[in-house]
Design a protein around this ligand. Structure first.
Ligand code: SF4
Length: 259
């Protein structure tokens, strides 16, 4: 189903900042303040997606010994490169990233629906798959927690343009901290390069936003960085909106909705 990509794209070939971007130190300090506050809302967990921004957060949590437990959702559909990064990150930082998996009974229901192929034809099936493999397991791991941390950034998409550093998550009913809300792409990659933080090898193969293997493709030159996620559902390339359902209620005043 992945669209053929025949040439490298400019997104990951762009020049990376070798000096701190303007205002970077202030944004970094703000991020540390947000993580410090998150740690004070214990028990607090970090939803690690193994993305570049989440590797930055993981690095900060470990380096500063913030009392925040990291976990990742193993959907059963993650690319090999993501699983490889997961292992490398745990080894490099000597820190476990808890593996959270979907219930087998729910997977059996998906299989009976032929969800692997049907998700491209039927959005209800795609949402059911995301709910089963991501939202249900996330709900179980967030149960009893007081707060959680995510790598959401305003610069990622139009649907995330209003993300705040801290907000009440009405969907899961706990405080949500987004320490990199103000970070631009160049901030993420500047910090990654400076601290030699490991990252997913798919970034060097034209991928700009990486999720499950069936629902992620590399992007073409001039495409939006999230254009490779659920691309068959996107009708407006300039306003990438599809989400998996995990981050659909951005603040206390919003109602759960599909972005
Ligand atoms: S991103 Fe795709 S494979 Fe992963 S849970 Fe959602 S629909 Fe299923």
């Amino acid at each position: 189903m992945n669209a053929p990509i025949t040439s490298p794209i400019a997104w990951y070939r762009r020049p990376r900042a070798t000096h701190a971007p303007i205002g970077f130190e202030a944004r970094l300090n703000e991020s540390l303040d947000v993580l410090r506050e998150a740690g004070q809302h214990a028990p607090c967990v970090f939803a690690h997606s193994l993305s570049a921004e989440d590797m930055v957060i993981f690095h900060l949590i470990v380096e500063h010994a913030f009392p925040i437990q990291s976990f990742a959702l193993d959907t059963g559909k993650l690319p090999e490169a993501t699983l490889d990064l997961w292992s490398r990150a745990e080894a490099i930082y000597s820190t476990r990233i808890e593996r959270v998996m979907p219930r087998q009974t729910s997977i059996d229901v998906l299989n009976a629906m032929n969800a692997d192929s049907a998700l491209y034809e039927n959005k209800e099936v795609r949402l059911r798959c995301c709910d089963t493999r991501k939202t249900e397991p996330l709900r179980s791991v967030l149960a009893g927690k007081r707060s959680w941390v995510t790598g959401l950034r305003r610069a990622q998409s139009a649907g995330r343009a209003q993300v705040a550093s801290t907000e009440y998550d009405s969907t899961f009913q706990l405080q949500k901290f987004n320490p990199l809300a103000n970070w631009a792409d160049e901030d993420v990659w500047y910090f990654t390069d400076k601290h030699k933080i490991p990252f997913n090898a798919l970034y060097e193969k034209g991928y700009a936003s990486i999720g499950c293997d069936p629902c992620t493709r590399p992007i073409r030159e001039n495409e939006h960085p999230r254009a490779g996620r659920w691309w068959w559902e996107q009708t407006d390339a300039n306003a990438i909106k599809s989400e998996c359902g995990i981050h659909v209620a951005a603040n206390s005043n919003s109602t759960p909705k599909e972005n």
